[in-house]
Ligand binder design. Structure first.
Ligand code: SF4
Ligand code: SF4
Length: 600
């Protein structure tokens, strides 16, 4: 088999009986291609809606215009790397405001924790880009090559003109989507109409073509060919989510207490078996009719087969497996491969509707929603006593009890506590109810509103509110002050002590503004601006300006003789009157160090 670890075996003779790996299973298995079948249902519709919304947002957002004034870009969402800005509609994030980005990333992480603890891998199943693009590629594939059976036939068919034409058409469509995906990405980093024109006329920067090329290739390969392998082998999230889910987490699961033992066969044959079980050939009950209350998702209809076996609701039609994009069988229990896309729920609900049984054999379930008793286990809820008789001394397997009830039509039974058991089999009630007694799962809201999810929500909302407040109270002008350290001060010829500072002034307005710089401190200090006659500088629109300032203390001033004095720089926007400040230190002669101090 290609890829099998033959090199490990190479140093051992082929006929060596003691070969340590001679009986070991192969460590490599070739990928089995998956051909998911088309499915319709509420979760499929939800996934289509999310696909359209997320892809629509991704492809169209760079083309939304937003008027910010004459000196600012009019693209609503723009990562301006050259100008070191991030524009998001009316919000403009400067480099020193990176805490907004950090806060949003923390919120995204907490949101994932919240959704995973409440709803399992809902992100993977509905909104992860790998899922969305794979879904889109599957839709294109189905449109061109047909549904599951047609694609399997095509896959197994030898290469000929028909197969080549379909494959080339599909790959061309995938490539178009991949190019559009890579192309859309670069439009977030430059004015989209201008960049598109430059791309078409081959005047765009090389990095734009390279980015599009890389993203096109990754989209084409990951979405078209690797698909579920990305989720299973490349993405760390399936492993991480195992640590984030708990028994109360809702995830896609199979009600095996209702579905098992599964059994194949046509409905007609089972109807006949049921009629036979109730003792008359004239009974023609509908499959499952009146066996359980409407909407009861946890009790099996208890089909009775010809051989007396009581069957669960799963008719082993394999529809849930055929639609699964991960190629797994959810009836085998929770599996790391399951992305909780819920398509198997839609498939099985459709089957249940067709055979007249309540939907929800596969459903969103929590591990702690399992009933205390399962078919085949020794079951305190199942032991039956005939009317007027004694209860069995020991519990009997539920399957046995159910089968006995089903095989003795007309017999009435009571539970061990004397309460009436489900009515005997009749023509109106051809199926027994097996499995779980009066047990009911917890309501969905109890799985969602738990201490853990509430704490996540509070943390998420707290950070969100904090960011919003910070966004709305942040000033339109700003400054940062960096004392010049080399030297920390100079001594002038008259004995004055002078410190230098680099002040970075930020004007977030859309027009140039005059800024007045001042200071307050512990001693009498004088300030001068390098290259300026006075203390006012003009800062261009939406830009920063670096200004060197000198602060001097005369010999008789307190600040000159002290090692460190507190100092506060002020900046005032002379148009709006807005003010901002930043505190720093003035170094006097006591801080003198022969290495740094010098006479000016
Ligand atoms: S078993 Fe398959 S179809 Fe069902 S939720 Fe998991 S990944 Fe989706
Ligand atoms: S779709 Fe439902 S009935 Fe069919 S095999 Fe799956 S679980 Fe059983």
């Amino acid at each position: 088999m290609p890829g099998r670890l033959t090199h490990i075996n190479a140093s051992f003779p082929a006929d060596c009986d003691t070969h340590p790996m001679s009986d070991a299973p192969p460590l490599f298995a070739a990928r089995e291609p998956i051909f998911p079948r088309r499915v319709r249902g509420r979760f499929r519709s939800l996934k289509w809606a999310i696909l359209v919304i997320t892809l629509g947002i991704y492809y169209l957002t760079p083309w939304i215009r937003w008027d910010r004034g004459p000196n600012l870009p009019d693209q609503a969402v723009l990562v301006d790397l050259a100008g070191r800005r991030f524009y998001f509609f009316w919000v403009e994030i400067w480099p020193h405001e990176f805490y907004f980005v950090a806060g949003l990333l923390i919120m995204a992480g907490l949101g994932l924790f919240l959704f995973t603890s409440a709803l399992g891998r809902v992100w993977c199943g509905y909104a992860c880009p790998q899922t969305v693009w794979s879904d889109l590629f599957y839709a294109v594939e189905r449109w061109i090559e047909g549904d599951r059976n047609a694609r399997i036939r095509l896959h197994n068919a030898p290469w000929d003109g028909h197969k080549a034409r379909l494959r080339l058409t599909k790959w061309a469509a995938w490539l178009l989507i991949a190019v559009a995906t890579g192309g859309a990405w670069v439009f977030y980093f430059a004015d989209a109409p201008t960049l598109l024109r430059d791309l078409v006329t081959l005047n765009a920067p090389v990095v734009a073509y390279a980015t599009i090329g890389i993203l096109t290739a990754t989209t084409f390969v990951l979405g078209g060919f690797m698909r579920e392998q990305v989720c299973i082998y490349m993405c760390p999230w399936p492993r991480i989510q195992g640590a984030m889910m708990d028994p109360g987490t809702l995830t896609v699961g199979y009600r095996d207490w209702r579905g098992e033992p599964r059994g194949k066969g046509g409905i007609k044959r089972r109807q006949e078996a049921a009629a036979e079980a109730v003792g008359g050939g004239d009974a023609t009950p509908r499959y499952g009719a009146a066996a359980t209350p409407d909407g009861d998702k946890d009790h099996a209809g208890g089909r009775v087969a010809r051989d007396g076996t009581v069957l669960g609701d799963c008719i082993d039609c394999n529809a849930c497996v055929a639609v699964c994009p991960m190629g797994i069988d959810i009836r085998e229990g929770q599996q790391m491969e399951c992305i909780t896309c819920a398509l198997c729920i839609d498939a099985c609900d459709d089957v249940m509707s067709r055979i007249g049984r309540p939907r929800g054999l596969i459903d969103y379930l929590a591990l702690d929603d399992r009933p205390p008793v399962l078919p085949g286990e020794h079951a305190p809820v199942r032991p039956l006593a005939t009317e007027g008789g004694d209860a069995p001394e020991t519990a009997v397997p539920a399957q046995t009890a159910a089968a006995r009830e089903g095989l003795e039509p007309g017999r009435r039974a009571t539970d061990v506590d004397g309460s009436p058991a489900p009515a005997a089999l009749t023509a109106d009630r051809p199926f027994i109810t097996q499995g779980v007694g009066d047990w009911k799962p917890q309501p969905v809201w109890k799985h969602i509103f738990r201490l853990r999810t509430i704490l996540y929500t509070l943390a998420w909302a707290g950070i969100g509110v904090g960011l919003l407040v910070a966004l709305f109270v942040r000033p339109e002008i700003d400054l940062t002050v960096a004392p010049v350290r080399n030297p920390t001060f100079v001594t002038l010829s008259d004995g004055s002590i002078r410190n230098a500072y680099d002040i970075r002034l930020r004007n977030k307005h859309g027009e140039e503004r005059p800024f007045h710089i001042g200071l307050t401190g512990d001693g009498v200090l004088r300030i001068e601006l390098e290259g300026e006659d006075d203390l006012t500088v003009d800062v261009p629109a939406n830009e920063t300006r670096l200004q060197r300032a000198y602060v001097t203390a005369r010999p008789q001033d307190a600040a000159a003789g002290e090692a460190r004095s507190d100092l506060r720089f002020w900046v005032e926007d002379l148009v709006s009157g807005e003010r901002a400040f930043e505190d720093t230190i003035f170094n006097g002669v006591e801080s003198n160090d022969e290495r740094f101090g010098s006479a000016g």
